[in-house]
Ligand binder design. Structure first.
Ligand code: TXA
Ligand code: MG
Length: 324
């Protein structure tokens, strides 16, 4: 008989979480909610589980993964924390911040997690289900966003199933992710802290604690030519930015009051009140919905490039970047 390969749907009850923890310890892949996006989890100390994550996502092997731990104490076994890292951990963990730190010598973490680098990205998520699952698993869990590589990140269990289908062994079915954008990634391996990916923890908030923070070359405030942007977070439809109205055949994604923004074969508003937190939480699910309308292109109104808008615009620019 052919085994039923559909993923197990596990509720966020103690029993469901205990089962998810068992599956992770057995080397299986379990998608689970965090406050940012759903993660595709696997045991970060198990080379086969980590390799299975790369395979399920269709992800280039050179792109390293984040190891998730339930608290700073647990995280300190897997990375070397200097004063700056401790300051940031105390202020922003648990929460949507990932720190790239030196890997200790003889670390039992799979080398695949670091993709051959001598650093490791560590995050302590704040979502209660993620917290409970990490404690149940009792080991670091590697978890990229639970979608096929390059596609739109998942913010609901339904998105995970749409994107990964039977490539995942189980999905912990929490609700919609509150933040909706991946964590801020800050590299602390050099003398100067560098933000590698903007997110809900803002550079100015970190600067108050650790001094000047540089945005990486992919910095949306210092845009490269569009052709140099890596295509990512991309729906099937093409994406056109800074639209004032929709052109013939386009779907339309608006922000703020949009009574005088015209057209759209399908249209959704990220936040009618113009709230950037709400817009971030809606971004990926709205892109998916407009994509499913079948429109060949999605026109997107300008989003203010301040605060969380920087992270939203980073994702939108990558969604609009030329596809290879
Ligand atoms: O919000 C999030 O961070 C979600 C949830 C599931 O926690 N995870 C996530 O993982 O977005 P992923 O794999 O999609 O993104 C990880 C990012 C990538 O941009 C990767 O290049 C970077 O972190 N990264 C990981 N390890 C690194 C390292 N050692 N050095 C530099 N960058 C690293
Ligand atoms: Mg991702």
């Amino acid at each position: 008989p052919v085994a039923d390969k559909r993923p197990a749907l596990l509720p966020t009850t103690p029993t469901g979480i205990a089962r998810a923890g068992e599956l992770l310890r057995a080397g299986k892949l379990v998608a689970f909610p965090t406050e940012t996006v759903y993660g595709l989890g696997g045991d970060a100390t198990d080379d086969r589980a980590v390799a299975a994550i790369f395979a399920a996502k269709g992800r280039p092997q050179f792109n390293p993964l984040i190891a998730h731990l339930p608290d700073l104490a647990a995280a300190q076994s897997w990375a070397l924390f200097d004063e700056r890292a401790l300051e940031l951990a105390h202020q922003f963990w648990p929460g949507p911040l990932t720190m790239v730190l030196p890997r200790p010598a003889n670390s039992a973490l799979s080398l695949l997690v670091s993709a051959g680098l001598d650093s490791v990205a560590i995050r302590v998520p704040g979502h209660p289900v993620a917290q409970a699952l990490l404690r149940a698993a009792g080991r670091p869990i590697a978890a990229p966003s639970a979608n096929r590589s390059g596609a739109v990140s998942p913010t609901t269990p339904h998105h995970v199933l749409e994107s990964l289908g039977d490539r995942v062994d189980a999905v912990v079915t929490g609700g919609k992710c509150a933040v909706g954008l991946e964590s801020t990634v800050i590299d602390l391996t050099g003398p100067e802290p560098v933000v590698l990916r903007p997110g809900a923890v803002l550079p100015e908030e970190m600067e108050r604690l650790i001094g000047p923070v540089r945005m990486s070359a992919g910095d949306p405030t210092a845009p490269k030519a569009p052709g140099q942007l890596e295509s990512h977070y991309a729906p099937n439809a093409a994406v056109r930015l800074n639209a004032k109205s929709a052109e013939e055949g386009e779907a339309l994604l608006t922000f703020g009051p949009d009574r005088f923004v015209f057209g759209g074969t399908a249209r959704l508003n990220l936040s009618p009140q113009g709230d950037l937190n709400e817009a971030a939480a809606n971004l990926f699910s709205h892109l998916r919905q407009l994509d499913q309308s079948g429109a060949p292109r999605i026109a997107v109104m300008a989003i203010p490039d301040e605060g969380l808008g920087v992270a939203i615009n980073d994702r939108l620019r990558r969604a609009a970047a030329p596809r290879s």
